[in-house]
Structures are given as C-alpha cells and as structure tokens.
Design a protein around this ligand. Structure first.
Ligand code: UT7
Length: 323
C-alpha cells in the first residue's frame, strides 16, 4: 500500500510582533484579559507590501531543505489559505512560479482554519491514487488583512504566518505500524455559516470584507466537533487515545486546547501549543505547531501524531500520522 510520508517541515512568521499591550492602546482590552481568555501573548503581522505568498515561500523553502528534496521533484503544490494574494489566480500558482517549478500542478484549498487538514486529505489522496509522488502542502495566512481592528472581540485573536510540509509516496504494509498518513477525517456543516464568516467577497459585495464571529458559539462547537473528529480518526486506525504520542491542534485558543484535552483525557504534556506566540493563524497554525515540535525534537520517528482543526464553514477534521 502506498503511504504519504512527511519528509520535512518548514515554518515562517513575519518579523513584526504586535503584543497584547500594544493592542490595548488601540482597543478597549488588556493583556490580562487576552492571556486569561485565550492564552495569546503576541501575534506576528505582515509588513506593508508583504503578501501571503511571501510567507508561503519561506515556509516552503524550509520544508524542502529539511526534506532534502529539490523543486524539480515536486508534482503538486497545494496552498491552504483564506487570505490569497489576489482573488485569482491561486496563491499556489504564484508560489509555484516563485519556487522556480515549471511542471506539475498547483491549486489552493479553502477551508479556513481547517485548510491544512483538508489539504492533507487532498495531498494524501493524490499520492495514494498515484497521481503525484511528491507534494508540497503549505498553510499560509495574512489574517491581519481581514480583521476589523475596531472589534476587540476578534482583532486580538488572529495573526499571520505560514507552515509547510513535503509529502512523498513510500511503500507501506497497509497497517497502522506504517510510517505516513494513516487516515484523514473531514467534516463540514454549512448551516453554521453565520457563526464565523467574512462579510465580503467578489460575488457579494465586491470588497474583501472583515471577519465576523460569535466567539462563544464557535467555542462551544469547537470542543465537541474536534473531540468527535479525533475519536473517529483514532477508531478508524484501530488505535486508542492513549496510543497518541503528540496532539498537534489548530492553535485558536488555549482554552479550546485545554477543554478538548480534558474531554478526551489527553495529558496536557502531550499537546503541542504555540498559540501564545502567534495567536490564531488559521490554516497556518497546525503546520506552524508541527514544525516547532519536530524542530525541537519532541516528535520522533515512529511516534503517532494527531493533527486536528476547526474553522469557518463550519469545517473541521483530524489526521493521524505515524512519524
Ligand atoms: O479557528 C476557529 C476560530 N475561532 C475560535 O476558535 C474562537 C472561539 N472563541 C473564543 O476563543 C472565545 O469565545 C473568545 C476568546 C472569542 C471570547 O472569550 P469568552 O470567554 O467567550 O468571552 P465572551 O465573548 O463571553 O465575552 C466576555 C466579556 C464580554 O463583556 P460583557 O458582555 O461580559 O460585559 C465581552 O464584551 O468580555 C468582553 N470582551 C473583551 N474584553 C476585553 C470581548 N472581547 C474582549 C477583549 N478585551 N478583547
């Protein structure tokens, strides 16, 4: 059986840091409130003229270098983003050109904060069906461009960044001892649109719009949906929650991470958390956390790693990987 193995990870955060104290000068908030309710201490913000494809390029190069794989080996580039450089073309084709890749295919995936998990499912399917051998998957976002900076309920939560992985087809036995992606579970419920959306777009307002969220309701659904996706993924692999070495969640809010861990009985020292340092970077958050835990040596070969996310749509999902 063909398995999609992650060969390398990359991450990039723009240079400018916006602290909670600085935000408190712009809107009626405080460092204490943001830390206590979200766990966020700071976020990185793109500079004037800096685009999502710039962040994606840095993260992609990092992943290719760690993998020891050249651009000429790539068959497919997938960028998960909700903040593309332009309405079209896809940011993935911009990235393809900037990497100097002149073959294969490139496209974007739009599932907001779940984009990286959706991208993982697409990449794994292309590899398993033999349509691609080597895939670059990037989550990249300039969420600061979508924020209403006068809305304290949302502007304190989000940040900019990018993370990337290179996946490659490898032969496996077809059981859960194989290295690589063991499964990916995807879900959505479009009826929940109004809880989290952007109030603009080409076919509605002809503007980019701003992010709107009913935070409390999103929070409530997040713990339930994420827990269900984790259980489904683990059960399908014939594994147990206690078999998972590392949980790498979407970095939205430390309280969501803690609530999910508590609900499923996951020890908190098994949860990778980077939300304090960059806030919610939407589709970039899972690969940013993953790259951190790989770089600092926490995630080791042979371990079971569970990725999960939930975002606008609603969309949510989980992916189980043997490292
Ligand atoms: O990727 C998925 C995307 N989104 C999420 O995962 C977000 C999910 N939701 C959350 O993280 C939380 O709901 C928030 C962090 C957004 C809000 O936390 P909360 O504990 O649900 O607070 P709340 O919305 O119930 O607000 C409590 C109070 C309100 O004041 P009153 O009505 O009690 O007087 C808010 O107006 O806190 C106020 N508030 C703030 N105060 C200081 C809301 N935002 C702020 C703020 N600073 N930035």
């Amino acid at each position: 059986m063909i398995r999609s193995q992650i060969m390398g990870c990359g991450a990039f955060l723009p240079r400018t840091i916006l602290t909670n104290a600085e935000l408190a000068k712009r809107v009626d908030t405080s460092d204490d409130w943001i830390r206590e309710r979200t766990g966020i201490r700071q976020r990185h913000i793109v500079a004037k003229g800096e685009k999502t494809s710039d962040l994606a390029l840095h993260a992609a190069r990092g992943a290719l270098t760690q993998a020891g794989i050249g651009v000429d080996e790539l068959d497919l580039v997938i960028v998960a983003t909700t903040t593309p450089d332009e309405t079209f073309p896809a940011t993935a084709t911009t990235l393809q050109a900037r990497l100097g890749m002149t073959r294969g295919a490139a496209f974007d995936v739009q599932a907001v904060c779940s984009g990286f998990i959706y991208g993982m499912a697409v990449a794994d399917s292309f590899i398993k069906t033999g349509q691609a051998k080597t895939v670059l998957l990037v989550g990249a976002e300039s969420m600061s461009r979508l924020l209403d900076w006068s809305d304290r309920a949302t502007c304190v939560l989000f940040g900019d960044g990018a993370g990337a992985v290179v996946l490659q087809a490898k032969q496996g036995k077809g059981n859960s001892s194989d290295r690589g992606v063991l499964n990916t579970k995807l879900y959505s419920d479009g009826r929940l649109h109004d809880l989290l959306y952007v109030d603009g777009g080409p076919s509605s307002t002809q503007t980019t719009g701003h992010l709107r969220m009913q935070g409390k309701e999103v929070f409530r659904h997040a713990v339930t949906n994420i827990s269900a996706a984790i259980v489904a993924s683990v059960e399908e692999a014939g594994a147990a929650i206690t078999d998972i070495d590392w949980f790498v969640p979407h970095q939205a809010n430390q309280r969501i991470l803690d609530g999910t861990a508590r609900k499923l009985g996951i020890p908190t020292d098994r949860v990778v958390s980077t939300v304090a340092l960059h806030g919610n970077t939407s589709a970039a958050s899972v690969p940013l956390a993953l790259a951190t835990a790989v770089a600092d040596g926490r995630i080791k070969q042979g371990q079971l790693v569970l990725l999960e996310a939930m975002g606008g749509g609603f969309t949510w999902g989980a992916s189980l990987i043997r490292w």
